[in-house]
Ligand binder design. Structure first.
Ligand SMILES: [Zn+2]
Length: 186
């Protein structure tokens, strides 16, 4: 329909007007957003100036949409590398330094060699230096204890953590929906 449509992502909110996910931020490309509007699955809360035209219709591209039906978040967050980093706020649990994801590793608090398992309760985020230093020693053997005792987070906790990481792209019309509750805290 027109060039450059990829510059117009729509922020997708759940039926409670909160983003489906904060990190990564839930967005759809304009084609999916427009399709959902036509199927009446979403309501449009804000629009871009930009319009799309076809012989039979014209509309402004949606910049914020809300689902009509509420999608409950998964009760059990998936045990993935990404979610472990997010639980630990991308911060090494031994030296407390915050790093980009590619510089972070997994550490087994009780090493695998000593019977430790790969579970929420035994895996923490560690930087490369700390991971190497700890090696396959028990915490008490090297006096390295994770700052937060590892445990399984709830989906809500992960969502809440994700809010602390601003996305690369932030359209003016999204700000109210992303930050209305954090501004009240200050
Ligand atoms: Zn470290």
């Amino acid at each position: 329909m027109f060039e450059g449509g990829y510059n117009y992502p729509a922020l997708v909110l759940n039926a409670d007007f909160r983003p489906l996910s904060y990190f990564p931020l839930s967005t759809w490309n304009w084609q999916d957003a427009v399709k959902a509007v036509f199927l009446d699955r979403v309501s449009v809360l804000s629009e871009y100036e930009r319009e799309v035209h076809s012989p039979s219709f014209s509309m402004r591209l949606p910049s914020v949409i809300a689902l009509r039906d509420f999608i409950p978040s998964a009760r059990m967050p998936a045990f993935t590398r990404f979610n472990v980093f997010l639980r630990d706020c991308f911060t090494c649990q031994y030296c407390n330094s915050r790093r980009p994801a590619p510089e972070l590793t997994f550490d087994h608090v009780i090493p695998r060699a000593k019977g430790g398992r790969t579970t929420w309760e035994n895996v923490v985020t560690a930087c490369g230096v700390c991971n190497l230093r700890k090696g396959s020693k028990l915490p008490k053997e090297c006096h390295m204890f994770p700052r937060n005792a590892p445990r399984r987070p709830t989906s809500w906790e992960l969502q809440d953590r994700g809010r602390g990481f601003p996305p690369n792209f932030l359209h003016e019309s999204w700000r109210d929906f992303l930050y209305w509750d954090s501004e009240l805290e200050s």
